[in-house]
Design a protein around this ligand. Structure first.
Ligand code: NAP
Ligand code: NAG
Length: 296
């Protein structure tokens, strides 16, 4: 009996020590990635990967913020989105504010393989250092059972094409020239929703789990060929998709979020993008909610 309690005591101590170590490691990672300006890679490092950055879904929200942030650091930007007038306006804004070159490609990512010929054509001859796979949509704005949305056949096909096919095809188009130059950065925008199944957001969460799994595996395949893949999984950023919630400690503006997120390039292969979201992730972890790969 006593021996049994002793054994349980040891097990308890080991578990406590393991949890403590994990917490310390997470906190240490957060300090390293977000709070030490001296370890940041900087704009020249970024530009050395290639003169151009390609951003999908670049006319609003997180994608627009990435486009501006990368231009601010001296990269030329290819904006890819569906609305021509928004594309033209945003490209002009970037040229005016940051003085870099831009190109636009109008494409609707709910389409299938047939849309990617135009993308390949539009990217021809550019030395692309950074690809941001950002475009994404949710099935509906309100929480709803998956097959109760209007026109579920089309909605579900749209979300699969927009959130998953776009990532795979854009990477297929751009990765080879990165590999041949042995340098490049691919950023895949996922979501905390990737971590576990989400009833009422079933399809959205599943597409994000796909993005994360695919990114992490491709990252391993190509890390020895000079291509860096980063998966970013933000919490709530105030955009059209999230319904423009009020910003504050927990909810970030896309601009603030993207500025912190770009600073993590080269330092973290999987991040929530900013300190506030990293702390929220750590808190979820500590509460022993489904595990995240914050540690990678
Ligand atoms: N906001 C959040 O809290 C949050 C959290 C976690 C992850 N994310 C992820 O972050 C990414 C960006 O989200 P966001 O909140 O920035 O969304 P957003 O504000 O709705 O912006 C989406 C962008 O993608 C474009 N787009 C949408 N559907 C398209 C299509 N079918 N074809 C071409 N372009 C299309 C939009 O174009 P228009 O300008 O024409 O609308 C817009 O530029 C998504 O992958 C999302 O899953 C967001
Ligand atoms: C494109 O964006 C403009 C400006 O926001 C808007 O007025 C227009 O309706 C949009 N076009 C389409 C096809 O959605």
């Amino acid at each position: 009996m006593v021996a049994c309690w002793d054994a349980l005591g040891v097990l308890g101590a080991l578990t406590a020590a393991w949890l403590m170590l994990r917490a310390v490691w997470s906190a240490g990672r957060a300090v390293y990635v977000f709070l030490l300006p001296s370890v940041r890679r900087g704009a020249p490092w970024l530009r050395a990967h290639g003169a151009w950055a390609v951003v999908t879904g670049a006319t609003d929200g997180i994608g627009k913020a990435y486009a501006h942030e990368l231009a601010r650091r001296g990269l030329n930007i290819v904006l890819i989105s569906r609305n021509l007038s928004k594309l033209e306006r945003e490209a002009k804004e970037i040229e005016r504010l940051h003085g870099t070159l831009t190109r636009i490609i109008q494409v609707d990512f709910t389409g299938g393989l047939e849309i990617y010929g135009a993308v390949e054509e539009g990217l021809k001859g550019l030395e692309i250092g950074v690809l941001v796979n950002n475009v994404g949509m949710s099935v509906s704005v309100v929480l709803q059972k998956t097959f109760e949305v209007e026109n579920p056949a089309k909605r579900l096909s749209d979300i699969v094409n927009c959130n998953m096919l776009s990532v795979v095809q854009m990477t297929r188009i751009i990765l080879p020239q990165m590999v041949s130059r042995r340098r490049g950065i691919i950023i895949n925008v996922s979501s905390v929703a990737e971590n576990h199944p989400h009833p009422l957001l079933a399809a959205y969460a599943a597409t994000k789990a796909f993005v994360r799994s695919f990114s992490l595996a491709v990252a391993t395949e190509y890390s020895s060929e000079g291509v860096t893949v980063q998966t970013v999984s933000p919490f709530v950023v105030s955009t059209k998709m999230s319904g423009h919630p009020k910003t504050g400690l927990l909810v970030k503006t896309p601009e603030d979020w993207a500025s912190e997120a770009v600073d993590t390039l080269g330092l973290s292969s999987h991040t929530s993008g900013c300190l506030s979201h990293a702390v929220q992730e750590g808190a979820l972890d500590a509460a022993a909610l489904p595990p995240t790969s914050f540690l990678s």
